[in-house]
Design a binder for this molecule. Structure first.
Ligand code: DAH
Length: 338
């Protein structure tokens, strides 16, 4: 029995040593320790061992089992190490890692955040209104008569219901004054829609930022100071801004604001970025007649309003020469803002 155990142990260890992959090692394990394995079978012979030899033989069997189990484990680790090394072969771990692509905010989002940040510092609060608007809030309440060109079906996107995609965010001025009393100081960023011919400075959907300030004694000086400060905060102290007299039905006097665009590879040129003016008393009167009070009586209050094109602001901010780049989602363009 003793010699048999020793022989089995020796043979088992040799077999384990000879195994050269996971498969042959597993075969060896089953052949030795499995149900019909060599060590299992010889262990079964314990039954017939005379009592006085049992301790010694038992000891021997245990030693053999421990030695074999340890050899199996060691061999398994050694084979794994070889497999790992093979898998890593040909991989140069000193090469620089592949760059991870981070997403980033769209330039229009960046410019909107920046504009809101500057205006909030001056005390303007955010307001909003629907993009599908009725003619009353888009036109009538803004002193824009039925024969005004902005109301032309060919210039505007109408629904069968008579509603339309708002042509400007100025409708939010009306919605705000319907529910709040002076002082009112709001800004409303959002989409506006027009059947414009699409070119380097026009899109049929664009982004506006509306502003309204109503209080006692609001003057044209406040309007000019506020907007000049705004543009300098946005584009730097050197920014060239000009106010051109213009006409809007809902303001009197009215202006258009131009800012110098320094686009790459182009001669600097003025581009129109906003309309603004002192709120026309007719607008206040219309609000009061809807509210049935005199909260906005032109006798007591004045106000200024402005609406600027965020797309145009982005063009100036980054020297973008074609507005269409902002909606084409060309990653070569967008990546520059990452
Ligand atoms: N709503 C005008 C437009 O879309 C822009 C504008 C002009 C807004 C004068 C104003 C304003 O609030 O006072 O062209």
């Amino acid at each position: 029995m003793k010699e048999k155990i020793e022989a089995i142990q020796a043979e088992a260890l040799a077999r384990i040593a000879a195994a050269d992959d996971a498969r042959s090692l597993e075969d060896a394990r089953v052949g030795i320790l499995g149900k019909k394995g060599t060590l299992t079978e010889v262990s079964a012979g314990m039954r017939d061992v005379p009592k006085e030899q049992k301790a010694e033989i038992g000891q021997l069997l245990n030693t053999a089992r421990t030695a074999i189990t340890e050899a199996l484990e060691e061999k398994q680790l050694a084979l794994q190490a070889i497999a790992d090394a093979k898998a890593l072969e040909g991989i140069d771990s000193t090469l620089p890692a592949r760059a991870v692509h981070h997403g980033s905010l769209h330039p229009l989002t960046l410019i909107r955040h920046q504009a809101i940040e500057v205006l909030r510092r001056m005390g303007f609060a955010l307001a909003e209104g629907p993009e599908i608007e009725d003619e009353f809030h888009c036109f009538d309440a803004l002193n824009t008569p039925a024969d005004h060109p902005a109301r032309n079906e060919k210039d505007t996107f109408y629904f069968d219901s008579g509603k339309l995609l708002r042509t400007h965010t100025s409708s939010v001025q009306i919605r705000t004054m319907e529910t709040q009393a002076p002082p009112v100081r709001i800004i409303a960023p959002g989409s506006a829609y027009r059947r414009d011919e699409i070119d380097a400075t026009h899109l049929s959907v664009f982004n506006q930022l509306e502003g309204l300030y109503v209080d006692t004694d609001v003057s044209l000086g406040d309007l000019k100071g506020t907007l000049e400060y705004f543009f300098r905060e946005m584009f730097g102290a050197e920014t060239e801004v000009r106010f051109r007299p213009h006409f809007f039905p809902f303001t009197e006097p009215s202006f258009e604001i131009d800012v110098k665009l320094h686009a790459k590879g182009q001669v600097p040129k003025w581009i129109e970025v906003a309309g603004c003016g002192m709120v026309d008393p007719a607008v206040f009167e219309s609000i009061d007649s809807g509210r049935k009070d005199d909260a906005f009586s032109p006798e007591k209050i004045t106000g200024f309003a402005f609406g600027m094109g965020l797309d145009r602001l982005a063009m100036i901010r980054w020297g973008i020469k074609d507005i269409r780049l902002l909606i084409e989602n060309d990653v070569r363009f967008l990546r520059q803002f990452a």
